[in-house]
Design a protein around this ligand. Structure first.
Ligand code: ADP
Length: 457
């Protein structure tokens, strides 16, 4: 039988497979799983043989000492840390040396930047041949971070971002502009038709297949999911996320913005002004429903509507009531909303990217029409927003968790009110009206938010 090894509550270890000669670890028999600090975790490898690359800064006092490691993935697991948060982590197998005892351990990867120990040794890694003496530290030989000084590290070659544009319409204006802007800045971008993706849902090695091939790993995904594909599109996006890609708009945020009722509830909870709105499915008391939206004229909207199609104005209570009665028969969700007359057939589209309004236009409906949609003949021109308009647009995008959003406002007597938040705003109208390079700003946001292992800080 092997000799028993004594360990203190803190020990130095080496992880030779990862190229780490010295890591200070906290020994914790209270934890089952071990954890190693890792940043910029990038999955790679062949289908069926997944691997990860990651960056570790082993010395908490020398943040510019960075080592890039790679290891095979043996599992992905939900781990609940001591602060109670659960996280889906990669699990790798690697050799560990403490003193002169070497063994293969499983360790999970997580960001421990704020912790004093880059590694946590749990029961699995401590093994049966070790006894932990919690009152003592460094029983095994001490190592030192100076061991890193003699390591030969090669600066990784800079590489462009690998981007996926998730769309069924690669030839429309927005898709073309986004691809052009990405390529102009030296990145690789592939249009991917959402409806042609199929997925292997598995924790260790999730895959997306496309026309018989497995898709490669992408650094980031730009979702442009049409309203008819929302559910499947979100599933595909979640799969890209599980594979390690950063999503310009996260799937849950797209879901929230597409569900008008949910979006309305979230925005009003955040104190964002909106026209008074009553939602319904098949109400019995038509009069009461109409009354909720106030005394004046109201707008009725079918929730599945886009481009102003299912949006009608009822000038009188009687007209509103007959419309509600008609809608009731459709088995559809709809809303009754106070008509903001003073908006005078105009609305304001604010394009928010990364928490800033980067472009704004006013859309004016043709005479005799209150719906200002460009598809209905509305005319657009650039507009300078008031501070209140900017603030409400940015707050609305943030509340829904959208990094890019088209926020539609009406200019009411009481100030700006939010009409709708769109998670896949079209670029043609706004770029044409304002002359702004919105697509370029999207790509710059990706560059700022997605750091790959090959980039320098
Ligand atoms: P869609 O999503 O189908 O475009 P909207 O809710 O954006 O539907 O409505 C279409 C247009 O109708 C808006 O752009 C705006 O000009 C006008 N509109 C909608 N709701 C109101 C309202 N409550 N008061 C005044 N005008 C409105």
């Amino acid at each position: 039988m092997a000799d028993t090894v004594e360990l203190g509550w803190e020990e130095w270890v080496a992880l030779p497979d990862l190229g780490l000669p010295a890591v200070k670890a906290k020994v914790d028999t209270g934890a089952k799983t071990s954890a190693l600090h890792a940043e910029l975790i990038e999955p790679f490898g062949k289908p069926g043989a997944p691997q990860v690359r990651f960056l570790i800064r082993p010395d908490p006092d020398r943040p510019n000492l960075e080592v890039v490691c790679k290891a095979p993935v043996v599992d992905r697991r939900d781990v609940t840390s001591s602060n109670g948060q659960t996280e889906l982590r990669y699990v790798i197998a690697t050799s560990m040396l403490i003193g002169n005892v070497q063994r293969t351990i499983e360790v999970t990867l997580t960001n421990r930047e704020t912790m004093s120990y880059r590694m946590l040794l749990g029961r699995g890694a401590i093994g049966d041949n070790a006894v932990v003496l919690p009152g003592r530290s460094f029983i095994q030989p001490k190592l030192d971070y100076s061991l890193y000084d003699t390591l030969k590290t090669k600066a990784p070659a800079e590489r462009p971002l690998r981007l996926a544009l998730l769309t069924r319409e690669p030839d429309n204006y927005s898709s073309k502009r986004l691809m052009e802007a990405a390529r102009d800045r030296g990145h690789v971008i592939d249009p991917i038709n959402t409806s042609r993706c199929y997925m292997k849902i598995e924790a260790r090695a999730p895959e997306i297949h496309y026309d018989g091939k497995t898709l490669p790993f992408y650094d980031a995904v730009i979702p442009r999911i049409g309203a008819s594909m929302t559910n499947y599109g979100m599933a595909v996006l979640r799969q890209f996320e599980a594979m390690g890609a950063w999503c310009l708009n996260p799937p849950a945020a797209i879901g929230a913005s597409r569900d008008k009722l949910l979006a309305h509830q979230l925005l009003s909870q955040a104190g964002i002004a909106m026209p008074v709105t009553a939602f319904a499915h098949s109400p019995k008391d038509t009069k009461d429903l109409v009354r909720l939206a106030g005394d004046g004229p109201v707008v009725l909207k079918l929730l599945e509507s886009t481009q102003g199609r299912g949006v009608v104005l009822a000038e009188t209570k009687k007209a509103a009531e007959s419309l509600v009665d008609a809608f009731r028969g459709l088995d559809a969700n709809f809303l009754v909303q106070q008509f903001v007359k003073e908006a005078a057939g105009a609305d304001v589209r604010c394009l928010v990217i990364g928490g800033k309004v980067v472009a704004a236009m006013k859309r004016q409906a043709p005479d005799g029409e209150f719906r200002s949609n460009l598809h209905r003949g509305g005319k657009a021109q650039a507009i300078k927003l008031t501070p209140a308009e900017k603030k409400i647009a940015v707050t609305a995008a943030k509340r829904l968790g959208l990094n890019i959003a088209g926020v539609d406002l009406l200019q009411s007597k009481a100030g700006p009110v939010v009409l709708e938040v769109n998670s896949s705003p079209g670029l043609e109208g706004i770029e044409t009206a304002t002359g702004k390079d919105v697509a370029g700003k999207v790509v710059r946001l990706l560059e700022a938010r997605v750091r790959t292992l090959s980039q320098k800080r």
